[in-house]
Design a protein. Structure first.
Length: 276
């Protein structure tokens, strides 16, 4: 299948792009950062072309299987990162985010990628709206996750008062905290809209807006975590280390909701149950 072949090529571009960003962190070689950006951009274009090709083959938006979901997650992460890099010029963030996109894409590349008949429950225009909103929200939180990791590493080095050469190249704590907050203000509305549209789709597919399915429960837990973080930042001034830790915990909840629930807690949203 063309999409499977393009995905493997894309994963290679993401890998080399991630390595280029890592080289930039260690050397501050601007050519490495530019190369990393170019490789991720080319990879995203190929990735998008693969989705278009699969759409015409399948006849529906290809986001219903684990293969397709992992692939689209990687695509969304790269697109969101490139947008943030364009806006904030935080090239060093690529060393923390690009490997995540590679991990998702290469994992998908080794899964069965055949096109299956669409299950009746998935035959709704609400499904792609629901999934795309959630995945791009998750991608924004992935960027926040990378910024939070950088924040904690930088804070630890500052407390030791022994900044190594690499850490001197990282953005300031204030900049990283600001990126975390901006990701929260973008990702939380996307997550909220994703859950709302998912409820509308669930009513269409199963006759109920909410059924306390494991995926729904963990989506609610994730939403509450980010809601608490946003509320804390806006009302009591949660910043810095506490905000970074909660951003990491929130993204871990996203990963469990996305992968752990499907693999460990079977329910209506399990990929085997969504296959035709």
């Amino acid at each position: 299948m063309m999409h499977t072949i393009l995905l493997k090529v894309t994963a290679l571009f993401y890998l080399v792009g991630a390595l280029a960003y890592l080289h930039f962190v260690f050397t501050l070689n601007e050519r490495s950062a530019k190369l990393g950006r170019m490789l991720l951009l080319i990879g995203a274009i190929l990735h998008g072309a693969g989705f278009v090709a699969r759409y015409f083959v399948a006849g529906y938006t290809p986001i219903t299987s684990l293969f397709e979901s992992l692939s689209f997650s990687a695509f969304a992460i790269v697109c969101v990162f490139l947008a943030f890099e364009l806006r904030y010029h935080l090239r060093v963030l690529g060393a923390f985010v690009a490997p995540l996109a590679f991990a998702f894409s290469i994992s998908a590349a080794f899964l069965p990628g055949e096109v299956r008949a669409l299950a009746p429950a998935l035959n709704s225009y609400w499904l792609p709206v629901h999934v795309i909103l959630l995945f791009f929200g998750n991608a924004v939180f992935a960027v926040a996750f990378g910024a939070a990791i950088m924040y904690l590493l930088m804070e630890k080095e500052l407390k030791r008062k022994k900044l190594g050469a690499i850490f001197k190249r990282l953005p300031s704590l204030d900049v990283l905290d600001d990126i975390n907050y901006r990701c929260l203000t973008i990702g939380f509305p996307l997550l909220t809209l994703g859950i709302i549209t998912g409820s509308i789709w669930a009513e269409y597919a199963w006759g109920s807006y909410w059924s306390w399915d494991p995926k729904e429960v963990w989506s609610l837990i994730t939403w509450l975590l980010y809601a608490a973080l946003l509320h804390g930042r806006m009302t009591v001034g949660w910043r810095g280390r506490k905000a970074a830790i909660l951003a990491i915990v929130g993204f871990c909840a996203i990963l469990f909701t996305f992968l752990g629930v499907n693999l460990l807690l079977p329910g209506l949203h399990t990929y085997t149950n969504l296959s035709g």
